[in-house]
Design a protein around this ligand. Structure first.
Ligand code: ADP
Ligand code: MG
Length: 326
C-alpha cells in the first residue's frame, strides 16, 4: 500500500532527518511510528502526502510513485490529523468537516448526511454541534472533530501525528477507544505517530521504532516485547515513553491481569524470572522485554501463575476498551 524505498530527507547538508528507510505499510494496517523527539517521525509522515519533499529515494502508494500523483488527488485521498487541534476558528464544525468533500464537489445533501454520520460516530450530537464554532467545544471535542474531518471524504489512508498528546487523560482515552473501534469498522490504512509505548502497543498492528532517522525495529507489538532487537528498543520499552509522563494513569498491577484470568496456572521451572503480584504493569512490560514468561508470586511467595507477552497485550487492549489507559 505505502512503500518506502531508500527514503532520505536532509534539511541541510548536515541534518539528516530521515536516513535511508525502507518499509512496506500494508492495506488496512494500523501502523505506528514511535521514537524519541527529533528522530524523524513527523518528517516521515509528511513525506507521504508530499507536505515535505524527499531528498532521495521513492515512496509508492499502491505501487505508483507519489510524485506521479496529481497533488490534489493525493491530498484528498489522505486524511491528516495533527497534534495541535487545527480547526479553522472562524468556521462552524460543519464547515470544518466539509472542507475536503466540498473540494471534491460532493452535493450539499451528501455532505450534510456525511457530517451527521461522522459526528454521531464520535458521540457528538449533530444537532447540538453542527453549527457551533470550535471555541464552543472542549479540547477533546475539538480533536474528535479533527479526527472525523480527516475521515470526511472517505480517504483510504489516514495520517495521525501525535493526535492525542495535547489532550487531557479522559479525552485521550476516549479518543484512543474511538480510533481503535473506527479502525475495526472502516479498515483504513492508518499511519500513527506517538511517543507513548503503551498507546503504540494497544493500537498498533505493527510498531516501527525510530532513532536518529533510522528504523531500529519494525514488528508486531508481541514481537517487539518478546524480542527487542537492541538495547535502545529495550530501554525504550522500559522507559515506557519519552514524554516523562507516567505510563498508566491508574496504577495497574500484575494482580489486575491475574484477576482477568490472563495467566496460565503455573508450570514453573527454577530458571524462570519472578515478579510479585503487587508489581506494576510497567515493571511487567520491562520484565517481558527480557524474558519470555514470568512467574508471579503472591504475598507468601506462593506461585500464582505464569504470564507472557500475549497475556499482556490482551490485558492492554482490554484496558483500552474499558477506558483505563490514558
Ligand atoms: P520527530 O517528529 O520525531 O520529533 P522531526 O521529523 O520533526 O522529528 O525532526 C527530525 C529532525 O529534523 C530533527 O533533528 C529536527 O530538528 C529536524 N527538522 C525538522 N524540521 C526541520 C526543518 N524544517 N528544518 C530543519 N530541520 C528540521
Ligand atoms: Mg513530530
Amino acid at each position: 500500500m505505502i512503500r518506502f524505498e531508500n527514503v532520505t530527507k536532509k534539511y541541510t547538508s548536515d541534518t539528516v532527518a530521515v536516513d535511508h528507510i525502507n518499509l512496506n505499510i500494508k492495506d488496512g494496517e494500523f501502523f505506528v511510528f514511535i521514537g524519541p523527539s527529533g528522530c524523524g517521525k513527523t518528517t516521515t509522515l509528511k513525506m507521504i502526502n508530499r507536505l515535505i519533499p524527499l531528498t532521495t529515494g521513492t515512496i509508492y502508494i499502491n505501487e505508483k510513485r507519489i510524485s506521479d500523483y496529481d497533488i490534489h488527488e493525493l491530498r484528498y485521498d489522505i486524511g491528516y490529523v495533527l497534534q495541535q487541534i487545527a480547526l479553522f476558528p472562524h468556521m462552524t464544525i460543519s464547515e470544518n468537516i466539509a472542507i475536503v468533500p466540498e473540494l471534491k464537489k460532493w452535493d450539499k445533501k451528501k455532505i450534510y448526511d456525511r457530517i451527521t454520520e461522522l459526528l454521531e460516530m464520535v458521540g457528538l450530537d449533530p444537532e447540538l454541534y453542527r453549527n457551533r464554532k470550535p471555541e464552543e467545544l472542549s479540547g477533546g471535542e475539538q480533536q474528535r472533530v479533527g479526527v472525523v474531518r480527516a475521515l470526511a471524504a472517505d480517504p483510504s489512508i489516514i495520517l495521525m501525528d501525535e493526535p492525542f498528546s495535547a489532550l487531557d487523560p479522559i479525552s485521550r482515552q476516549k479518543l484512543q477507544q474511538d480510533i481503535s473501534e473506527l479502525q475495526k469498522k472502516i479498515k483504513k490504512t492508518i499511519v500513527f505517530v506517538t511517543h507513548d509505548m503503551k498507546e503504540a502497543l494497544a493500537l498498533g498492528d505493527r510498531i516501527c521504532l525510530m532513532q536518529d532517522g533510522k528504523i531500529v525495529q519494525c514488528d508486531t507489538p508481541d514481537n517487539i516485547l518478546k524480542n527487542p532487537e537492541t538495547d535502545f528498543v529495550r530501554n525504550f520499552i522500559e522507559s515506557g515513553n519519552v514524554a516523562h509522563k507516567p505510563l498508566l494513569t491508574e496504577t495497574l498491577t500484575v494482580q489486575d491481569m491475574l484477576d482477568k484470568k490472563l495467566f496460565v496456572p503455573h508450570h514453573s521451572d527454577k530458571t524462570m524470572a519472578v515478579l510479585s503480584a503487587t508489581d506494576s504493569i510497567e515493571t511487567l512490560i520491562t520484565a517481558l522485554s527480557n524474558h519470555s514468561s514470568i512467574l508471579v508470586l503472591g504475598e507468601n511467595d506462593e506461585e500464582l501463575g505464569v504470564v507472557n507477552s500475549e497475556h499482556l497485550l490482551v490485558f492492554l487492549s482490554d484496558q483500552l476498551k474499558e477506558g483505563a489507559l490514558a
